[in-house]
Design a protein. Structure first.
Length: 267
């Protein structure tokens, strides 16, 4: 069978896209030669429940149905059309950036990729930024001074707000690492979500932890560095919503505060 250049993308469930963690729900293949797209998407929520626990299943089913409907009806004239569609998605069901591969019969390629990347896959976790934060805390000697894996219930939210680390300094600070990509829509989506969550946390004390504050540790793409307009815009948005902001390059004030607070609360 003759093969030609094609592209594939994984369809993933990502409860919090900013954390780059998810599981594979399906796969799609695109053939630019005949402008044809084929995909396969699981209809089961069993693996989501096993990995991420209880969710709003009605919402997830609606999002999955929406993705399935769009992929069935959308006409992707070029791979750039497909890439544009993928870049605009900002929901719990995400599509990974397309990757090239040699394809023959497109239906067979979808089935083969589905067996290899979905059925045989337990969990796809890409905790690069979370792992990097953990490494920074360990190197600074403060990893043992922070509370881990915190989940906060907010009445206005159907799902809890989860962060990997937190510490007490008069307010309980919830530390959330976020990767900001170059795409402006990605920046605004993630910044807006964190701003809303941060304001809700600031205004709604936890019955156990008390007053709360969200602190974002940001990693910016190279062209969105510390002096960029995007960084300045995010800083203003966060300040207006009582959210703290650091980057991995300027964590020293935060690390010093964690050490100082640990000494005060241990005395």
């Amino acid at each position: 069978m003759n093969q030609h250049k094609g592209y594939y993308s994984l369809i993933q469930f990502c409860p919090d896209p900013s954390r780059l963690e998810g599981i594979n729900l399906g796969v799609l293949v695109y053939s630019p030669d005949d402008r044809r797209l084929a995909f396969r998407l699981t209809q089961s929520n069993q693996r989501i429940r096993k990995v991420f626990g209880q969710q709003d299943w009605n919402f997830i089913d609606r999002v999955r149905e929406s993705v399935q409907s769009r992929l069935q009806s959308e006409k992707f004239e070029t791979v750039h059309d497909l890439e544009s569609y993928i870049a605009k998605r900002a929901n719990v069901v995400q599509l990974t950036p397309v990757r090239p591969l040699k394809i023959g019969e497109i239906g067979q390629e979808v089935s083969a990729l589905y067996r290899r990347l979905v059925e045989s896959e337990k969990v796809v976790r890409k905790p690069r930024i979370s792992t990097y934060l953990s490494k920074k805390l360990i190197e600074a000697g403060v990893e043992g001074l922070v509370q881990k894996s915190i989940s906060i219930e907010i009445p206005a939210f159907k799902q809890p707000i989860r962060v990997p680390y937190g510490y007490q300094n008069g307010r309980f600070n919830l530390i959330s690492p976020i990767q900001f990509n170059p795409d402006r829509e990605d920046i605004l989506t993630k910044a807006g979500k964190s701003a809303i969550e941060g304001q809700l946390l600031y205004q709604n004390p936890d019955p156990v932890l008390g007053d709360l504050r969200l602190i974002v540790i940001a990693r910016f793409a190279e062209r969105n560095g510390n002096g960029s307009p995007s960084r300045q815009l995010i800083a203003k948005i966060f300040k207006d919503h009582d959210v703290g902001l650091h980057t991995f390059e300027d964590m020293e004030p935060l690390l010093d505060d964690i050490k100082k607070s640990a000494r005060l609360h241990s005395s």
